[in-house]
Ligand binder design. Sequence first.
Ligand code: ADP
Length: 398
Amino acid sequence: MWTLVVNCGSSSLKFALLNPDSGEMPLAGLAERLGSDLAAVRVDREGERVSVPLPHGSYPEAFGVLLAELDALGLRREVRAVGHRVVHGGDRFSTPVLITPEVLEVIRACVPLAPLHNPANLAGIEAAQAAFPDLPQIAVFDTAFHQTMPPVAYRYAVPTDWYTQHGVRRYGFHGISHEYVAGEAARLLGRDPSGLNLVTAHLGNGCSVTAVRGGHSVDTSMGLTPLEGLVMGTRSGDVDPGLPDYLARQAGLSLTQITAALNRESGLLGLSGLTNDMRELEEAAGRGNEQARLAVEIFVYRLAKTVAGMATALDTLDGLVFTGGIGENSSGVRAATLARLGLLGFRLDEAANERAVRGQGGLITRPDSVPALVVNTNEELMIARETAEVVKVVGRGL
Ligand code: ADP
């Protein structure tokens, strides 16, 4: 059975056709710059890469290309379900669900909590329903894995009315990735996930750290929005909550301008004044650029501090998992982070750490260390598996 996975961003559409059991993926694509004249979709079809322009730059047009590709492979009729990544499910969804009109209403109601992401997810669902009217469509939420967090982790110390009336609490994100890598890490360590306590670090353009106890999230560094927590590519992560008011008075900026700058002009980009890209920063730091060096050092310091904080949510610390573009590829960030975490029992195996790049995951610590591992995330496969699972259950209920 083939499952189509759809991941819509504010101007992008990622898709993949997968076999959820074997992980086989004969088709994948990325449509970018949707909404502009420059929109195009890059398709990877059985090892071959082609680029198709999208003159209208719309989601339905991108789905048209996807349908033509499925036809070219003779697989359109073999697709059994469509799985959608949905960023915010609020506190209503702790598992993936079949998309019904009621589910769409809840996703719509969560738009104020994810104003950039949820409208794009809704547009993707609408276009997919038009393209595949007869297939079950499943929503897999980035927030769902974190719904097992206890109140001690998810409540903010703010007026209770804000929580009860406006849903002000920590939700957490990157749940699909954290859940996937925690499962893979248990497999690699040869341990039963139910007895394992891990800290997982997803380090991409967005970054978050999660405490996973017995396979369940018990705390995570992102909060009400994906702005909280670690230093990220362009996001500040934690700042003093008094900052917006101070800057509004001092610099005459509006709340909208400050929030936009915290999301898009901060993080590694803001600190370095150069780029949000870790690889480029490491290269610049290597050439002696002091701002780039400091940006990387602050990134690492805040990461190590957050990992150590997350350990307090667990009874034991059985492993630390690095994933995402930075976690999977930057041996420098991993080494510097573990060097700050000797107190928790981490001892780096330098050779293993250098080997763990470009798709080669595995253990990067010495035998006398608490294990640290590199695990390549695979959100598409996780969504395909979860989608297939829901379809099985729904099918049984019919
Ligand atoms: P997204 O969150 O957009 O999916 P990724 O998970 O692809 O992003 O991560 C992007 C980040 O990974 C960028 O900061 C990029 O520089 C970093 N990265 C990718 N390859 C390397 C590498 N070889 N060394 C250091 N950083 C890398």
